[in-house]
Design a protein around this ligand. Sequence first.
Ligand code: ZN
Length: 239
Amino acid sequence: MITVIAIDALEYTLVEEFNMRNLKQDYYGRTDISEFSEPRTMVLWSSFMTGENREAEILAKGDKEMWNTRIPHEETFFSHFKNPFVLDLPGYNYDLEQHRRERELLKEFFEEKDEERKREVRRKYNENAFAHHRRVKERFFEALEGDYDFVLGYFSVADVIGHLNFGNRSLMKMIYRDLDDIVSRVEGKKIVLSDHGMKAVGAFGDHSDYGFWSTNFRDLGRPRITDFKRIVLQEALGE
Ligand SMILES: [Zn+2]
């Protein structure tokens, strides 16, 4: 049994700065995503689950349609397990309606000119993201009690909140603490993995061009995101 805690936009330098011991586990580092032209969420998670660079195929769908990507189970390494549980992963079984709502509020925020109304849109945007996060957390902890041979929980909160609030250090620290606590409650072999990190752009956040990994079983060096198929199958199934 192995658990992957997949965290969108978990930033290596913030994990260090906040010294989040559970996120760091015993071994941690950055991933190498330099083979991709840009650090795009859908491209990176699709490449992770298939163990292949899927950038060309995902980009060909266009900016809007790419979010509807559903990679068939048989094309993912999850299919090597008898009874896997994958929670809310982009490109596989992500909650599309939740994502649509996030993008809509984000658009509304950047189009709004009135400062007070802008703050109100951001409040709604944050509230929506936190509500989703609470639901995902609940389902993740339920899954950990279930009879699965592989569990992956995907957490979008650091990415979604980070885009509009990355300059708000206390809010970001609260989120990292919460993610750190989630990892501490997982038993057995575990991998923490992000697709990319996040860097400040004024008060906002944009994707940084490396990801984060950590394990409680071995040093992975500077892996590519496509290496995790092999790493997980080797650790979990001896393949
Ligand atoms: Zn992402």
